[in-house]
Design a protein around this ligand. Structure first.
Ligand SMILES: Cc1cc2nc3c(=O)[nH]c(=O)nc-3n(C[C@H](O)[C@H](O)[C@H](O)COP(=O)(O)O)c2cc1C
Length: 191
């Protein structure tokens, strides 16, 4: 038998797989734009396309989603790493984070918050429900939302998914470190 090491819960980073990084764009009721990086984002259904997002309550992103029920999940490539970090700066709610991070807002297809031009793909979302994570994590919520529109940079509209993910160069995050995709290791037909 292999030797296993017991760990304190605080060492969770050693046991988790890095999470993919999205930039969430939102708007408040005064039409102020906001952007924040989020890693706790996971599809929970493909058909219909439904996504869950884990958020702290003290985020402008959460407050804006609560107010407007709409947001966009934008996928940045590794070349945006520094700008991703800028969007995590704690700046006043009334400041436009597109200006702060030098990113470009473009009109979304369906929802009111804009897409981020520099990102590679965009999932426009409408909230279905928001729930507290648990009684002992009272500052945390799960936002579950339906994807109502999808768009993608034309140059990565490629049917070969292996090549497409390589070109997308997505960011992953764990323990304050960023990673990108590793290598292609096989497919679903392999036994
Ligand atoms: C790569 C990365 C991923 C993050 N993921 C999350 C997340 O999933 N949930 C969350 O509540 N905060 C997350 N944060 C922290 C927020 O992005 C950060 O607190 C940000 O300032 C919130 O901005 P806002 O108040 O404009 O929404 C993450 C930060 C980074 C750098």
């Amino acid at each position: 038998m292999k030797n296993k090491k017991d760990l304190e819960l605080q060492h969770y980073s050693l046991c988790l797989i890095p999470v993919p990084v999205y930039l969430i764009s939102t708007m408040d009721n005064n039409d102020t734009y906001n952007i924040a990086p989020y890693g706790m984002v996971i599809p929970v259904s493909y058909n219909p396309l439904i996504i869950s997002v884990g958020s702290a309550k003290n985020r402008d992103t959460y407050r804006n989603i609560l107010e407007t029920n709409e947001f966009v999940l934008n996928i940045p490539g590794i070349e945006l790493l520094r700008k991703v970090n800028k969007t995590a700066d704690p700046i006043p709610s009334e400041e436009d984070e597109f200006i702060h991070a030098n990113l470009t807002p473009i009109k979304s297809l369906v929802v009111k918050p804009p897409r981020i031009e520099e990102c590679k793909a965009h999932l426009e979302c409408e909230t279905i429900w928001i729930k507290e994570v648990s009684n002992d994590a009272e500052n945390r919520v799960i936002i579950t939302a339906k994807v109502v529109a999808l768009s993608l940079d034309e140059d990565i509209f490629i049917k070969n998914l292996c090549k497409q993910k390589g070109l997308m160069k997505p960011l992953f995050y764990e323990g304050k470190s960023y990673f990108t995709l590793g290598s292609y290791v096989g497919n679903r037909k392999m036994r």
